[in-house]
Structures are given as structure tokens and as C-alpha cells.
Design a protein around this ligand. Structure first.
Ligand code: NDP
Length: 287
């Protein structure tokens, strides 16, 4: 017998989640603030509850996927959470997740927080590589591991309820750094007779080749030795920065995305060692 699921929130993400559970043979009870959105899911076999409280009462596993933390407050206001397994997939900060875990405990519920590393079209498509970080009550994760694994791979990152959100934001922050680099690279060629479509595969290949440097960074952070395994040392890299800035200038491109990182590299060189990797920049970011 497959676990029945209650799902609060039928936005783009909630609807995608509901569909994968229905398709996998789970009974699903849904609620959405705007009832019209439930109709499509009802046609696909979902039970529609007419209030969030009724949806929560319907099943012990309650998944929430709403816009933000405030909307979770609003939706759960009248619901009796006692004895429920509450899984909150709404994007939140680590502090919001910890506060939610605390209040769930006080209301007699077990709590898991989630961070979705996927866009809706990746939900229910394992080969798309999306996954969901979970943190909080481990026994809840173990009990529902199979159900939680239906929409996307489920990765448990610790019993601190804030850790899923923290991992989510860490990965997305790295992604924005990558987006910034890609923007600068395209800007550099924009005024030339170079087809952006010819740069794109070169860029992605290079970024994929460089990404595993994260393992070396981790290794250096663990050992505390930032010179461990260094291939391109900090002094050499800092010496190269004028080339990047002059090229930007020659191409009529603002250095505003690149400069802050170079500034940190120079500061670390002044305060640290020439033989280090770029890992020391991390220490400068910690306040
Ligand atoms: P949508 O904007 O499509 O849907 C938002 C949902 O929240 C709707 O069901 C909406 O109800 C509901 N809602 C908003 N405010 C309230 C409120 N005050 N009370 C009750 N319900 C409310 O967002 P998504 O479905 O895309 O996103 C849901 C969560 O998933 C977010 O936290 C998002 O960060 C996260 N996520 C989304 C991704 C994406 O690519 N879409 C990727 C990764 C995470 P109504 O229909 O009545 O407006």
C-alpha cells in the first residue's frame, strides 16, 4: 500500500509534485488557496480538500509547497498538526526552517525541511538530474524515503532543519557566480564578429572541466593547508588579473562582475601566502 499524501500548494512546483505522486499510484489530497487550480488535479485523480485544515486532517504525511515562509504561516494557521509528518518544500532561509521545525514540534508534529534543486519540468523525470535536499527529523526521512524519492532524488543532509535550505542556497549561490562569469564572457565577444553559439560549447566545456576544483578546495579547507596540491598559485593568478581587466577595457566591457573577486584575491595575497590556492578568499568572506 502506497503512502497517501496531502499536498498544500498547487503552483507550478506543487502541481508537478502532485502529478508524480498520482502517476506513481499514491492517493493524493490537495488544497490550494485559489480553488480553480485544484480542478485540473481533481481530473487527474486527486482528492480536493476545501480547506488547508481539512487537507491536513486527511493524511498523516503533509507536504507543503507554497510561495514563501509567510504563506506557510497563513495556510497552516487553522490546521491541527498533532501527529502529522510535516514536510515543507517551500523555499526558506535556514533560520525560517529552524523556527518552523520548532513550532511543528510544539504542535506535536515531526518535521522535515526541503530545498528543491529542480525546476518543475525536471520533477518526475529522474534522468533530468534534479533532486531535493532534506533535513530535520531523520526517522521521518527514513520512513517516507520511498515516497519522497518519487518526484526527484532525495538527499538527506542532517538533523539540523536549517541544513536543507543552507545547502540549497549554497548551490544556487555558486550557480549565480557561474552565471556572472558567463555574462562577462559573452560581453567580451559581443562587439566582435564571433557567433555566441560558437562560444557557448567552449564555455560549457571549460566550466565543466574546472568545476571539480571544488574537491581540492574542500580538501584544503579540511586540512587547513591552502598550499596543498596547488597548481596555479595565488601570486601567479593575481599577476594575471591586469590582463583580464585590460581586455575588458579594450572590449568596452565593465569589470563590475569580475573586480570584486580580483580585489579579494589581491587582499589575500597581501595578507597570506603567494604559494596558496584561491581558498584563502573564503576566510576573507567570513565576518
Ligand atoms: P508559484 O508562484 O507557481 O505558486 C505559489 C503557490 O503559493 C500557489 O499555490 C499560491 O496559491 C500559493 N500561495 C501564495 N501565497 C499564499 C498565501 N498567502 N497563502 C496560501 N497560499 C499561497 O510558485 P512555485 O510553485 O513555482 O513555487 C513553490 C515553492 O517552490 C517556492 O517556495 C519556490 O521557491 C520553490 N521552488 C520553485 C522552483 C521553480 O522553478 N518553480 C524551483 C525550486 C523551488 P494561489 O494559487 O492561490 O496563488
Amino acid at each position: 500500500e502506497k503512502t497517501s499524501v496531502t499536498l498544500l500548494g498547487l503552483g507550478a512546483m506543487g502541481s508537478a509534485l502532485a502529478r508524480t505522486w498520482l502517476a506513481a499510484g499514491h492517493a493524493v489530497t490537495v488544497w490550494n488557496r485559489t480553488p480553480a487550480r485544484s480542478a485540473a488535479l481533481a481530473a487527474e485523480g486527486a482528492e480536493v480538500a476545501d480547506s488547508a485544515a481539512a487537507a491536513v486532517a486527511a493524511n498523516s504525511l503533509v507536504v507543503v509547497c507554497l510561495l514563501d515562509d509567510a504563506s506557510v504561516d497563513e495556510a497552516l494557521a487553522g490546521a491541527d498538526l498533532a501527529g502529522r509528518d510535516l514536510v515543507n518544500l517551500t523555499t526558506s532561509t535556514p533560520a525560517q526552517a529552524r523556527a518552523r521545525a520548532q513550532s511543528a514540534r510544539e504542535l506535536g508534529a515531526r518535521y522535515l525541511d526541503g530545498g528543491i534543486m529542480a525546476v518543475p519540468p525536471m520533477i518526475g523525470v529522474p534522468e533530468a538530474g534534479g533532486f531535493i535536499f532534506y533535513s530535520g527529523a531523520r526517522e521521518l526521512f527514513e520512513r517516507h524515503r520511498e515516497t519522497l524519492g518519487v518526484p526527484a532524488g532525495a538527499t538527506y543532509v542532517g538533523d539540523d532543519a536549517g541544513f536543507a535550505a543552507l545547502h540549497d542556497v549554497a548551490l544556487l549561490s555558486a550557480m549565480y557566480g557561474m552565471f556572472a562569469g558567463i555574462a562577462h564572457a559573452f560581453a567580451l565577444i559581443r562587439k566582435e564578429d564571433i557567433d555566441p553559439a560558437s562560444l557557448a560549447p567552449l564555455l560549457t566545456g571549460w566550466l565543466v572541466a574546472m568545476a571539480p576544483s571544488a574537491h581540492q578546495t574542500a580538501d584544503q579547507l579540511r586540512s587547513g593547508d591552502y598550499t596543498k596540491g596547488v597548481v596555479s598559485n595565488l601570486a601567479m593568478q593575481v599577476a594575471g588579473t591586469p590582463t583580464f581587466l585590460s581586455t575588458a577595457e579594450q572590449q568596452g566591457v565593465s569589470p563590475e562582475l569580475l573586480s570584486p573577486y580580483f580585489k579579494l584575491m589581491r587582499r589575500r595575497l597581501a595578507e597570506g601566502s603567494a604559494e596558496e590556492d584561491l581558498t584563502g578568499v573564503i576566510d576573507l568572506l567570513l565576518r
